[in-house]
Design a protein around this ligand. Structure first.
Ligand SMILES: Cc1cc2nc3c(=O)[nH]c(=O)nc-3n(C[C@H](O)[C@H](O)[C@H](O)COP(=O)(O)OP(=O)(O)OC[C@H]3O[C@@H](n4cnc5c(N)ncnc54)[C@H](O)[C@@H]3O)c2cc1C
Ligand code: FES
Length: 776
């Protein structure tokens, strides 16, 4: 069975992973650029540091002079110093721009002492883990609005956004002191820490205290008998410095034509990753007016022999596209390669957002004020659309005021394909209440999603827990077969997603779904429907007769089988040479009985129903006119030979408990059926088979994070990632839901040992046969 993958929501590009070549081109550029970073870049950054020290020394001198002119100039110098500290220096150094140079000294990311009000460890969590990999993904990138503001119309609206203009003003008034708390709050969300905890309070308080002491006690005290000008300059310099940094950072990913994204899940290819970075990021063109003023000030106030280019005050922010593509390239190199990046982006049909700095000011002002109300991307330019649906608006306001996310995600216009909420439209208890048939509306934007007969969806369910990790909620993923393929009905309507869940004694998910699903409820689908390779009908071929088939189902194993039968009946028209042997404990357990009888009657499918216990059912069940044939019996070689004398010629599809599948395979082979005609699906997730340790050790390298670990041949690559501190989204952990699919850049895994090489692998069940490199 194959799946027609959805079109990429942003580009319309097929996500069937046919590469566009973007990642390869950028990769080659990166390799060249990184190799060219050397002593000159290190000399440059040392010079920038010296220049910064000269600026700060002059600022302090001015403070001792006193007077309104000195206050104005000291304030402007602090602004320049702060911009340089953030951009050309700390932000890039902490990314590891110079780590690979043997004599990088204090410019190593682990040793650099950053003169900026932030805990460096919090910064690394917030920025490197939270922001960069997730640029502009709603719900994952906390830099969208910095966890408190609404900076884009696709973000969810919450009550406090009504007052966000006032909130920004209040924050601005104490920007240097608020900064470490603000950043820690984002980091704690990424790292899963509590809001009020030592993590969010202790080090931010220490940083804020040190800053206050310098600004408002030490420097005024040292400035002589007139502390007030120093106090004023230090207050204004701090506010303007930190707010200028915030402004420049804000314009990089917010507002205007920059795109937001839904969570791409693990299906995002390297090409799509780079494409997202380009679409979501903006470079700015500095303002000559502002630069001239800054030049005049620096030339007048700070004598310096080897004065660097003014772009050090924006380093890595004006070339933010390059920075997001290659975060560990120093800004001096980003500036050099920017024309080449621009050319590559345009050649791939991608935008290359460059906006004059001053033009972004009204853009940001409009964004921040306009987004304080609950309009989403669709209505932002057409607010009347929302007023036409007052009930929808009321729902948004009510949810936003209670800080609840609406499952239908009304703000972001793009459809979701990963962890998608799907609305239940109908539920019907079947088999005397032992199972529940569930119909889900197609999620928004899924019109192009296709699946074959026999495909299944993976459902993610949150349960109260006894989980060993200590949290009181656990997410479980289970698979449910869809009972139709995706081909539309005659009236042209696309079918909904329909599956049937049978209760399992003490089952954690099946009983929960049976008990809780009602029309109007929401279910989370891990992704679009999937198929297992072997359980496929041949593609419908016009003019070629549908092959003769035999179907064997046990209990709820009928769910994928009925999808196959429906497709065969549709393809074959009035007569379909298919036989179904369907086994159940008793009459009450039979699922889809009336639909099966209909298929038998209308499409000529031969139907044999068996129960363990003697049947007591209605005469219709036994009537040859209704296609009924209800008997007592279990699958056996004798039964097979009697019921299906031509079984050797039939493609056979079995969905039943694992033991029944094993028996059926052996008996059919003994009865003369070629092995390649046998196709089976088991509802029991396959156990991981780990090879015995033969002493071999393999290195797993994680390319994006630059880490590696050593493992044996019985450790999964998911376990390896976990050891390296890398989180991979997971679901079933058995290779079924595809939540953990990752690009493999090199090496061979256990799954490929005897088969074709794969570059996208499920790391949860893959083990190493050689050294491996993953795009993580
Ligand atoms: C391809 C496929 C299609 C299926 N289609 C259907 C269908 O159409 N209808 C239907 O009723 N059932 C179907 N199933 C079975 C279904 O997915 C569930 O296994 C079943 O509903 C029982 O789940 P439970 O949580 O109630 O039972 P449980 O007994 O709690 O768990 C069921 C299975 O999941 C394993 N498991 C438990 N916890 C985890 C975990 N955290 N991570 C990974 N595995 C875990 C258990 O070992 C057990 O094998 C299908 C299964 C597969 C693999
Ligand atoms: S977690 Fe489901 S396939 Fe890996």
């Amino acid at each position: 069975m194959t799946l027609a993958a959805p079109n990429d929501p942003a580009t319309g590009a097929d996500t069937g992973h046919a590469g566009t070549g973007l990642a390869a081109e950028l990769g080659a550029l990166y390799t060249r650029a990184k190799a060219a970073v050397g002593p000159d870049d290190l000399a440059h950054i040392r010079n920038v540091t010296a220049y910064g020290e000269a600026i700060d020394a002059r600022r302090r001198e001015l403070l001792r002079e006193g007077g309104p002119r000195a206050v104005r100039r000291a304030t402007a110098l602090e602004l320049a110093y702060r911009l340089m500290q953030f951009s050309e220096l700390g932000h890039n150094i902490i990314h590891g721009s110079y780590d690979h140079l043997p004599d990088c000294g204090e410019y190593h990311s682990d040793r650099y002492r950053w003169d900026f009000n932030v805990d460096t460890d919090h910064w690394k969590t917030m920025h490197h883990v939270g922001h960069h990999p997730n640029t502009n993904i709603v719900g994952r990138d906390h830099d969208l609005g910095y966890s408190i503001l609404r900076g884009s119309a696709g973000q969810d609206w919450y009550g406090h956004h009504l007052g966000q203009v006032a909130m920004i003003s209040a924050l601005a008034a104490m920007a240097p002191l608020a900064a470490p708390f603000f950043l820690s709050n984002i980091a704690r969300k990424v790292g899963g820490h509590r809001f009020l905890s030592s993590y969010t309070l202790r080090s931010p308080a220490r940083i804020a205290r040190a800053d206050m002491r310098r600004r408002f006690v030490d420097e005024p005290f040292r400035s002589g008998w007139k502390p007030l000008p120093t106090l004023a300059a230090n207050y204004l310099g701090g506010v303007t410095g930190y707010m200028s940094v915030l402004f420049l950072v804000f314009i990089e990913h917010h507002a205007g034509e920059l795109e937001l994204f839904t969570d791409p899940g693990p299906d995002e290819t390297a090409d799509q990753y780079y494409e997202r970075q380009i679409r979501a990021t903006r470079n700015f063109l500095p303002s000559t007016q502002m630069d001239d003023a800054l030049t005049r000030l620096l030339e007048a106030e700070v004598p310096f022999e080897n004065r660097p280019d003014l772009r050090i005050f924006y380093g890595g922010l004006d070339t933010h596209i390059e920075h997001h593509l290659f975060p560990d390239l120093p800004p001096s190199m980003q500036r050099k390669i920017a024309p080449e990046v621009r050319e590559i982006a345009l050649r791939h049909g991608l935008p290359y957002h460059e906006t004059p700095l001053l033009e972004t000011v009204p853009l940001i002002a409009k964004t921040v004020t306009g987004l304080s109300v609950p309009f989403g991307e669709r209505e932002f330019s057409r607010p009347r659309d929302l007023l036409r649906d007052p009930a929808g608006l009321a729902r948004r306001v009510a949810a936003g005021l209670r800080y609840r996310r609406l499952p239908e995600s009304p703000y972001l216009d793009k459809p979701r394909f990963h962890n998608v909420p799907a609305r239940v439209v109908e539920t019907t208890p079947v088999a005397g209440g032992q199972a529940l048939s569930v119909r889900l509306a197609r999620p928004r934007g899924w019109e192009d999603v296709r699946w074959d007969a026999g495909a299944y969806v993976s459902v993610r369910v949150e349960v109260d827990d006894d989980n060993p990790a200590g949290s009181d909620r656990t997410e479980l993923v289970r698979q449910y077969s869809l009972v139709h393929d995706s081909v539309g009905q005659e009236d042209g309507n696309l079918p909904d997603l329909e599956f049937c869940v049978k209760r399992v004694a003490d089952g954690r998910v099946s009983n929960r779904l049976n008990d809780s699903l009602k029309p109007g409820a929401w279910v989370t689908l891990v992704g679009v429907p999937q198929s297992t390779g072997d359980f496929a009908l041949p593609a419908a071929d016009n003019g070629v007769a549908t092959p003769k088939s035999l179907h064997i189902a046990g209990g709820v194993g009928i769910t994928p089988i009925i999808a196959l039968l429906r497709r065969l009946a549709r393809d074959a028209g009035s007569y379909c040479d298919a036989t179904l042997l369907y086994f159940n404990r008793d009459e009450r357990s039979i699922i889809f009985e009336s639909e099966l009888r209909e298929l038998a009657r209308d499409a000529g499918i031969t139907l044999h129903l068996f129960t363990d216990a003697p049947a007591t059912g209605s005469p219709a069940a036994h009537s040859p006119f209704t296609g009924g044939d209800l008997r007592t019996g279990r699958l056996s070689p004798e039964l097979l030979a009697e019921m299906v004398p031509d079984l050797a010629e039939r493609e056979t599809y079995v969905c039943a408990p694992a033991a029944v599948i094993d028996h059926a395979r052996g008996w059919l082979r003994d009865l003369g059926q070629p092995a390649e005609r046998f196709h089976a699906e088991s509802f029991t997730a396959p156990e991981l088979e780990r090879p015995t340790d033969d002493g071999s050790r393999y290195t797993v390298r994680f390319a994006r994070t630059g880490t590696s670990v050593e493992i044996d041949g019985g450790t999964t690559l998911l376990e390896a990632a976990d050891r390296a501190g890398i989180t991979v989204p997971t679901g079933c952990e058995r290779g079924l839901c595809k939540a953990c699919v990752t690009t493999k850049l090199g090496g061979t895994t256990s799954a490929e040992g005897s088969g074709p090489a794969q570059d996208r692998i499920t790391v949860c069940n893959a083990m190493a046969c050689t050294d491996i490199e993953l795009d993580l």
